[in-house]
Ligand binder design. Structure first.
Ligand code: ZN
Length: 244
């Protein structure tokens, strides 16, 4: 089975549509969303409604989703992020808000685990290094564990000998599971931060246990035009053009 793994859409409808077109072209019909559908971007309602309309999509709550629905404190966000959270709150329909409110912080199935930040602190921890990865192992059981939050595609691996290994998926786009424990980050659909402004998403092939990152171009200017039309903070548009 092919799963489309995506994260951090952040209300960027243009980017999200491009990624869904890519999945459709590649016959991907099952999806896993690692959180943060809203925040930063200009079309939160449309993005949440697109996910609600997907036939098979397992989603978890992100920190921006949690802020919009009042589940975490605002002290975790800077002024620009807060402005976008306020914008989303006003923009979302009742059904979209109810959908976000019902999302779990951690999803554990017989086949995989899903969190936004880390299994230890799903809404706040940025999992960036091997020490954190090893520390997180006792907080989840079923591998692979899909996550997002850092907006950078990456993998963390604990092999049979118990040695940790990690890499941010620049030139290496493909990870094959060999029985060890894996944490996999598909990068961000709507606000990549690894210097490549194209959308980032992944496909996980359950049969061959292969996780692959793909970069999908989209009309970035269309998104930034809407952001200035809605008078959102200028820097939020500028960073999309830089991929940072
Ligand atoms: Zn995010």
């Amino acid at each position: 089975m092919l799963y489309g793994i995506f994260s951090d859409v952040h209300a960027n409808l243009e980017a999200f549509r491009a990624v869904l077109r890519f999945y459709e072209k590649n016959k991907v019909e099952h999806f896993i969303c690692c959180g943060d559908l809203v925040g930063y971007g200009p079309q939160p309602r449309e993005c949440v409604e697109l996910v609600m309309a997907l036939k098979d999509c397992r989603s978890v709550l992100g920190n921006h989703d949690a802020a919009v629905t009042g589940r975490i404190e605002m002290k975790w966000f800077n002024a620009n992020a807060l402005a976008a959270i306020e914008f989303a709150r006003k923009n979302l329909s009742g059904a979209a808000l109810a959908f976000l409110s019902a999302l779990p912080e951690k999803l554990e199935t017989p086949d995989f685990t899903v969190v936004h930040g880390s299994p230890k602190k799903p809404l706040t921890e940025y999992l960036l290094g091997e020490i954190q990865f090893v520390d997180s192992l006792k907080f989840w059981t079923v591998s692979p564990c899909f996550m997002g939050h850092t907006h950078m595609p990456a993998y963390f691996k604990h092999d049979a000998a118990g040695l940790p290994e990690t890499d941010f998926l620049g030139p290496m786009l493909r990870v094959v599971s060999d029985g060890g424990r894996l944490m996999l980050n598909p990068g961000s659909v709507g606000q990549p931060r690894d210097g490549d402004p194209r959308s980032s998403c992944a496909v996980y092939d359950t049969e061959n246990k292969v996780f692959e990152i793909f970069r999908v171009p989209y009309d970035i200017e269309k998104t930034t035009r809407l952001m200035s039309e809605f008078k959102m903070p200028v820097i939020l548009g500028e960073r999309l053009l830089l991929g940072f």
